[in-house]
Write a protein that binds this ligand. Structure first.
Ligand code: PLP
Length: 485
């Protein structure tokens, strides 16, 4: 790595990215390419001789950009946002620049120590009890995704339970509980750690509880399972579910989990960030009853991909399950047990220096601007919700809690009888997305098809939300005019 060409070439890439952001609104938000488009544009095999950066950037522009769905577009309202920010980007640059692999303390003490400090900072911003912090009796780690965090805490819970039950042969008795709104990643994680899929209970949610998991329903599922010889292992509660942004009642669920000695995990992947605001912190009330909690700063906390915080009350349960001690990694610091070796808190050995970007994001924005960021997205979501309510042809289907608005075109009697308005609303989403002017997604909850307007792209301003609503109205109008209902 030659510092001179590094400086020149990275400047060219930074200029390219700045230009991309300058022009981002000119691209169709959802890519319009057909499957396989890229192999028709790129050579069949790798080059023998080096190519110029200029040629490569030209291909990025001509071949890659058309195949991007523009997550950073201010008109991206489809999935939960993947916030990018200058601070997050600078942190990623430093992470790549140093390119250290802090799998244990000696492999890069700063990487380990900054991570422990920054997860404590983040935990304090969320007002987590000290039982989750290194400053107290717990600790935290940065993973790449909630899925990885889920696999790790499930493995820890599994091994603790199997030790108490007397060995691996009891694994078929372990049962996991989540709701029908819980992210699918927990089902995948349970399968990966060997829980029989038939022991995964999806607790049904309904409109009456706003799609939150009912503690009574969990209790009766657990009691039924115990009667048939199963052992309740793990309960996953969510703050801000993916389909509709629902919040599970963690204090009540915590009591049920404690009564039956099940591990309670809180998945706050999306909405956890919002809990830094005092007026939204109540969603975490009861967190002290849980065993672990995770949230993704790479969603709503201005931290570029990837970054998931996981806190755990008893870190030794994680390390009991995940630690390994090969000869080539033995060292004095690890032997003293006075240092954190993050390889024992995750699946892989290698790891990125993610703490740098979260640290820089927090320092460059400060709590004040981070709260402003969350509040302005919520204000825009409230504004969109008010626009929907004003138009009698539409309805808000679920109560909004954060910056996700779930709405639909009210089905006519005929459409309701036919399919509860599903086809009508899915055509509306398709018409919006194929316009290239915005990108939205959908969910089905309680059998009802809803359109998801997830506000939170870093560049979105109120005029984008107003333009989105005009687009929705325009497409709805033409659909209702042409629809034979
Ligand atoms: N949990 C919730 C509530 C989510 O909304 C998501 C993704 O949107 C996930 C988990 C999955 O997160 P990851 O992609 O980090 O595994």
């Amino acid at each position: 790595l030659d510092p001179v060409s590094f400086t020149n070439e990275s400047k060219a890439v930074v200029d390219f990215i700045a230009d991309y952001y300058e022009n981002i609104e000119k691209y169709p938000v959802q890519s319009t390419v057909e499957p396989g488009y890229l192999s028709a544009r790129l050579p069949e095999s790798a080059p023998y001789c080096p190519e110029s950066l200029e040629d490569i950037l030209k291909d990025v522009n001509d071949c890659i950009v058309p195949g991007l769905t523009h997550w950073q577009s201010p008109n991206f309202f489809a999935y939960f946002q993947a916030n990018a920010s200058t601070a997050g980007f600078l942190g990623e640059m430093l992470c790549s620049g140093f390119n250290v692999v802090g799998f244990n303390w000696i492999s890069s003490p700063a990487a380990t120590e900054l991570e422990s400090i920054v997860v404590d900072w983040m935990g304090k911003l969320l007002k987590l009890p000290s039982s989750f912090l290194f400053a107290g009796t717990g600790g935290g780690v940065l993973h790449g995704s909630t899925c990885e965090a889920a696999v790790c805490v499930l493995a820890a819970a599994r091994d603790k339970a199997l030790k108490e039950l007397g060995g691996w042969e009891h694994i078929t008795k372990l049962a996991v509980y989540a709701s029908d709104q819980t992210h699918f990643t927990f089902q995948k994680a349970a399968k990966l750690v060997g829980i029989p899929p038939s022991n995964f209970r999806l607790i049904k949610t309904t409109f009456s509880t706003g799609f939150a998991m009912s503690p009574e329903t969990v209790r009766s599922a657990v009691e039924d399972d115990i009667k048939s010889g199963l052992v309740p292992l793990f309960l996953c509660a969510t703050i801000g579910t993916t389909p509709t942004g629902a919040v599970d009642p963690i204090a009540e669920l915590g009591k049920v989990a404690m009564e039956f000695k099940a591990w309670l995990h809180i998945d706050a992947a999306y909405a956890g960030s919002a809990c830094i605001c005092p007026e939204l912190r109540h969603h975490l009330d009861g967190v002290e009853l849980s065993n672990s909690i995770s949230m993704n700063p790479h969603k709503w906390f201005l931290t570029n991909m990837d970054c998931c915080c996981l806190w755990i009350k008893e870190p030794h349960l994680l390390t009991d399950s995940l630690s390994s001690d090969p000869e080539y990694l033995k060292n004095n610091a690890s032997k003293t047990k006075s240092v954190v070796d993050y390889k024992d808190w995750q699946i892989a050995l290698s790891r990125r220096f993610r703490a740098l970007k979260l640290w820089i994001v927090i320092r460059r924005h400060g709590l004040a601007n981070l709260m402003y960021h969350i509040r302005s997205d919520i204000a825009m979501a409230k504004h969109f919700e008010a626009l929907v309510r004003k138009d009698g042809r539409f309805e808000i289907v679920m109560p909004r809690k954060f910056s996700l608005v779930c709405f639909r075109l009210k089905p006519t009697a005929a459409a309701e009888a036919e399919d509860d308005g599903r086809e009508l609303n899915s055509k509306l989403v398709e018409a919006i997305n194929s316009s290239g002017r915005a990108f939205m997604s959908h969910a089905v909850a309680g059998g009802v098809y809803v359109i998801r307007c997830a506000i939170g792209s870093t560049l979105t301003q109120q005029h984008h939300v107003d333009a989105l609503w005009k687009l929705v109205q325009e497409k709805a109008q033409s659909l209702l005019t042409n629809h034979s209902i």
